[in-house]
Design a protein around this ligand. Structure first.
Ligand code: IMP
Ligand code: MG
Length: 187
């Protein structure tokens, strides 16, 4: 375990079991169809990679990168597209794959944006959700875990680009978080 991590919230095996479960639900719901999975960079990369390989229907993978104005731990709802989809999604069945829904502002923007491109259907698959932080009503069809209002890292989630590669989801020691946010170095 990383020295900066205070506590493991969701361990590797629990994560992998949930990803399999979500993939089974998606495979069942889209049987006989083709899908476009839209991963939101960079937080969703490991989740997307693990999920996509277990979905049993044909999947195209595409990615968007967005940046939300605001501090590293609070989003403002004003979203800038840094990387758009490579392909058109008109008439396609699309699932947005997100690491975490926090205020919901980023996702709400993305859904509005993608819906305007007229996909056949548009759903959301989020690994984590923090209902206590929600500032906007959102329908997520597939959700892995509801977590309390704590800042988490690992399995794609970062603090200032650190900790994404942990294979579990954990919380940080307060001192470690303060140092990472301060000058980027760890104690
Ligand atoms: P929202 O617009 O507030 O829902 O922000 C969602 C984005 O904020 C996620 O895609 C993450 O990139 C980031 N985020 C929110 N909560 C956390 C957290 O606990 N750890 C790491 N990143 C987070
Ligand atoms: Mg994200």
């Amino acid at each position: 375990m990383s020295e900066a991590v205070d506590r493991v919230l969701i361990g590797r095996e629990e994560l992998q079991a949930k990803v399999s479960e979500l993939a089974q639900c998606i495979s069942r719901d889209y049987e006989g169809e083709e899908l476009v999975l839209v991963g939101v960079l960079k937080g969703a990369i490991f989740f997307m990679a693990d999920l996509a390989r277990q979905v049993a229907v044909p999947c195209a993978l595409d990615f968007m990168a967005v940046s939300s104005y605001g501090s590293s731990t609070d989003s403002s709802g004003v979203v800038r597209i840094l990387k758009d989809l490579d392909a058109e999604i008109e008439g396609k069945h699309v699932i947005i794959v997100e690491d975490i829904v926090d205020s919901g502002l980023t996702l709400s923007y993305l859904m509005k944006n993608l819906r305007s491109r007229k996909p056949a259907s548009l759903e959301v698959c989020a690994l984590l959700t923090k209902p206590a932080r929600r500032r906007i009503q959102l329908e997520c069809t597939y959700v892995g875990f509801e977590i309390p209002d704590v800042f988490v890292v690992g399995y794609g989630l970062d603090l200032a680009e650190r900790f994404r590669t942990l294979d579990y989801i954990g919380t940080l020691r307060a001192e470690a978080a303060a140092v990472v946010e301060g000058d980027g170095s760890l104690p």
